[in-house]
Ligand binder design. Structure first.
Ligand code: AKG
Length: 347
């Protein structure tokens, strides 16, 4: 079975000893972290390379000498180890390979129009903003609060309706946006991240394992600029172009995601519901590069509770973006528009 897996994955195993090994069942895709695998492998010698492809159940290691690789092979092939974070036992299967390499490991760039600004607020501002959200308040208070299947949400300014992916533009919520957001929004205006002051805020709270389905915010509902502040913890967000091209981006704690133009109108954004993210190992917690920027440096990062503040400006006239194929304001002129949020978002 192991050989079949390797063949399917295009991995060519060899029967003679080399410096390089493929270690099956020891990948980011089956819950092995880089730190744990390094600890297991380093007992047998010095390593030149450790490659952990994202979402795969295997890794590649190259030792400095064939002797060291042989020692690792003899000691580890068929050995049972316990995955650190879930107490699950797995058996390692090892083969020699001619060289370690990754197919499709092309470094990616950010979707056009997307920016991530690190440390946009201080830890003190973060604390105050988090404290300002009263999750205990009843649903009949002024700000619409809902528990969706995948997360908690609260709306300010206007309620975002998940049934039609829009807002009732003539029904503003009393109270507007929380006062506490003002200094932050002023800063965003001053620094040119946004041109117009937002009037709608959605606060999402995600526990580990929760996420948000991939979606594009309805064009006719909101203006171009959409900004989202990450509080409490970092998370990896997935962006997808209609041609299928995806880019995973780390949003560090206290960072601001700015989506404009193509990234706002054409790409979907979403958060995969899972308890661990694949991240770059060397700069954990402060890295805004795309996740596969360096495939030789990936590991797993356990998620914590993340609260996001997503600010938008309600649109008052039809959208006339240059992406008519995905624009509901311009529908009828082109092919039908895909739904923004899947209907199963609601409880
Ligand atoms: C939304 O509420 O539509 C979002 O996309 C939230 C994004 C985030 O959590 O940063």
């Amino acid at each position: 079975a192991q050989h079949t897996l390797m063949r399917h994955e295009g991995i060519k195993c060899v029967s003679h000893a080399t410096q390089s090994l493929v270690v099956a069942n020891a990948g980011l895709g089956n819950g092995m972290s880089r730190q744990q695998l390094l600890r297991i492998l380093e007992e047998y010698g010095a390593m030149e390379t450790l490659l952990m492809p994202p979402n795969k159940p295997y890794s590649f290691v190259k030792y400095r000498t064939t002797e060291e690789a042989k020692k690792a092979f003899n000691a580890l092939n068929g050995k049972e180890v316990t995955l650190e974070d879930c107490d699950q036992n797995i058996v390692l299967y090892i083969n020699f390979v001619e060289k370690v390499s990754l197919q499709n490991a092309v470094p990616t760039s950010l979707p056009p129009g997307l920016m991530v600004i690190e440390k946009i607020i201080s830890p003190e501002e973060e604390r105050r903003m988090l404290e300002s959200i009263d999750w205990k308040a009843d649903e009949d208070t002024q700000n619409a609060q809902k528990t969706l299947k995948h997360r908690r949400v609260k709306h300010f300014g206007y309620e975002f309706r998940y049934d039609n992916n829009n807002v009732d533009k003539d029904k503003p919520l009393p109270g507007g946006l929380p006062e506490i957001c003002n200094p932050f929004l002023e800063k965003c205006l001053k620094q040119g991240y946004i041109k117009h002051k937002p009037d709608q805020l959605t606060v999402n709270q995600y526990e580990p394992g929760q996420g948000i389905p991939p979606h594009t915010d309805t064009h006719s509902a909101f203006e171009d600029e959409i900004i989202s502040l990450s509080l409490g913890a970092e998370i990896v967000m997935d962006f997808k172009h209609p041609d299928g091209h995806t880019v995973a981006i780390m949003l560090p704690r206290c960072s601001l995601l700015v989506m404009t133009g193509e990234s706002r109108y054409l790409w979907t954004h979403g958060i995969t519901p899972r308890k661990y993210d694949v991240v770059q190992a060397s700069e954990l917690g402060q890295n805004v590069r795309t996740i596969t920027a360096d495939v030789g440096d990936l590991t797993l990062n356990r998620r914590e509770t993340r609260t996001s503040f997503t600010f938008r400006k309600v649109r008052r006239s039809p959208c006339n973006c240059i992406y008519p194929s995905v624009c509901d304001s311009q529908k009828g002129q082109q092919r039908p528009v895909q739904p923004s949020f899947p209907q199963n978002e609601m409880e």
